[in-house]
Design a protein around this ligand. Structure first.
Ligand SMILES: Cc1cc2nc3c(=O)[nH]c(=O)nc-3n(C[C@H](O)[C@H](O)[C@H](O)COP(=O)(O)OP(=O)(O)OC[C@H]3O[C@@H](n4cnc5c(N)ncnc54)[C@H](O)[C@@H]3O)c2cc1C
Length: 412
């Protein structure tokens, strides 16, 4: 029996490895249009590849997927983060879990993750076809015909579609698989960028560009309210960091642009109530009555942000601390607890994943097989599944890729 895996990213690599490990005699064609395997895997995590998460509670892991968490339940329990961790270590890639629970190769090099697969496929029945661009997949009797750009075709019994999403298109993930899935009877939900930074109408973030906070609470409201607390930073065009990525994921399908900005409120003192912050400011001002307001603010925040606060609230940084009114203290605290920004766009093209994809209603969550076209399987970002940053997207691809590989090689 011949199995074609279209797309050698995270999910395709794991599907091929699984078929090889379960049934070394299976004839696998791992088809990739790039000239190498796992291009996006290699650049992921800033080139370090945040391969999975250190979280162990599956319910908590599943809660990190704004879309697809429930669907992943079965495959994630069968190939959870710790099994993924062990798999890579058993395949010669020592890993480590950092303080924030992200898992990386000990070498901090994403090439090592892909290298594990290359070693496994070397001399195996997995035929790696690079520089092969699939343009069509058709049903052919009980199997499938895969057509390539150069006019050649390949007839197989089973196909695993792992062409990814359409984020970071220069890595080869250009969304081709959505059209293949539709041509085989599947529906594709609305698609939207996710895990992106935000651009703001206000230009002042550039004055504090690079300033980061370990913990900030971000809030916004459309018909529904959204909030996320986590690491955050200002950039030269707006805001970014894990909390922004997570919020972008939650609002992926909301509309916001220059004409309809998203009102973002940032609390950079999430562990203090507004009253407690006022008290803190008051205590500082009283203790240093002869100092200037600007100097006192430097105790609370960076000088660059203190300048912004004074400008935005039209406070004179040269006022003596003792002369700052209670009303001004209240305005100051209110601003720091709810810094208002108008988000007019996303960092176009710099999103990490695509939200939306092949409709999960038509895919069996245990086997990843199509409910519409037997012998067709899906795994990875092509599906309507996306997670927060922290290794969750790769984890979903490994788990679904494993399940697709297991079931596609069954009965051979
Ligand atoms: C910059 C960046 C950093 C990221 N960092 C992390 C991270 O640290 N941790 C994490 O968990 N997630 C991360 N992600 C997300 C994660 O990389 C993806 O979700 C994951 O790679 C998806 O795997 P996949 O196998 O579904 O698709 P991909 O890895 O995108 O692979 C799809 C493959 O299919 C091939 N293909 C597409 N169409 C065709 C065709 N017609 N013919 C032949 N081949 C085709 C593509 O060339 C590509 O190689 C990051 C994403 C980006 C963009």
């Amino acid at each position: 029996m011949k199995i074609a895996i279209v797309g050698a990213g995270a999910a395709g690599l794991m599907a091929a490895a699984t078929i090889h490990e379960h049934n070394p005699k299976a004839e696998v064609f791992l088809i990739e249009k790039n000239n190498g395997l796992g291009k996006k895997v290699i650049i992921s995590g800033g080139g370090r590849c945040n391969v999975t998460t250190g979280l162990r509670d599956i319910r908590e892991v599943l809660s990190k997927y704004p879309r697809g968490g429930k669907f992943l339940n079965s495959v994630m329990r069968r190939f959870p983060p710790e099994a993924v961790y062990d798999w890579f270590e058993a395949h010669g890639v020592p890993l480590k879990i950092e303080d924030d629970l992200r898992a990386f190769p000990l070498s901090n090099d994403g090439h090592d993750i892909v290298g594990a697969f290359e070693r496994l496929f070397d001399g195996s029945n997995v035929r790696v076809w690079l520089n092969r661009h699939v343009v069509k997949i058709e049903k052919q009797g009980s199997g499938y015909r895969v057509s390539f750009k150069d006019g050649e075709t390949l007839d197989v019994e089973r196909v695993i579609l792992t062409t990814g999403g359409q984020a970071f298109r220069h890595t080869g993930s250009t969304g081709d698989g959505y059209a293949f899935a539709e041509s085989l009877g599947h529906s594709v939900t609305a698609l939207a960028p996710s895990l992106n930074s935000f651009f703001t109408k206000e230009s002042w973030p550039k004055d504090v560009s690079g300033l980061s906070f370990e913990k900030a609470r971000l809030r916004t409201r459309f018909e529904k309210a959204y909030e996320f607390t986590g690491p955050f930073l200002f950039t030269h065009r707006g805001v970014s960091g894990p909390a922004v990525f997570a919020l972008s994921s939650l609002v992926a399908f909301e509309t916001y642009d220059a004409a309809r900005p998203m009102r973002l409120l940032i609390d950079i003192f999430p562990d203090l109530s507004e009253e407690a912050l006022i008290k803190k400011i008051e205590t500082l001002l009283q203790a240093h009555g002869k100092k200037l307001l600007g100097t006192i603010l430097d105790f609370l925040m960076s000088k660059s942000l203190a300048d912004v606060v004074c400008r935005e609230l039209q406070l004179d940084a040269h006022t003596r601390a003792a002369e700052v009114s209670k009303k001004e203290m209240r305005r100051l605290a209110a601003w720091l607890k709810s810094i208002p920004l108008s988000v007019v766009g996303r960092g176009a093209g710099d999103e990490f994943v695509t939200a939306g994809g092949v409709d999960l209603a038509d895919v069996d969550p245990r086997t990843m097989e199509s409910k519409i076209s037997p012998g067709l399987y899906f795994a990875g970002e092509i599906l309507d599944i996306d997670g927060f940053t922290g290794g969750f997207n790769l984890q979903a691809s490994w788990a679904a890729g494993r399940a697709a590989g297991e079931s596609a090689s069954e009965g051979m």
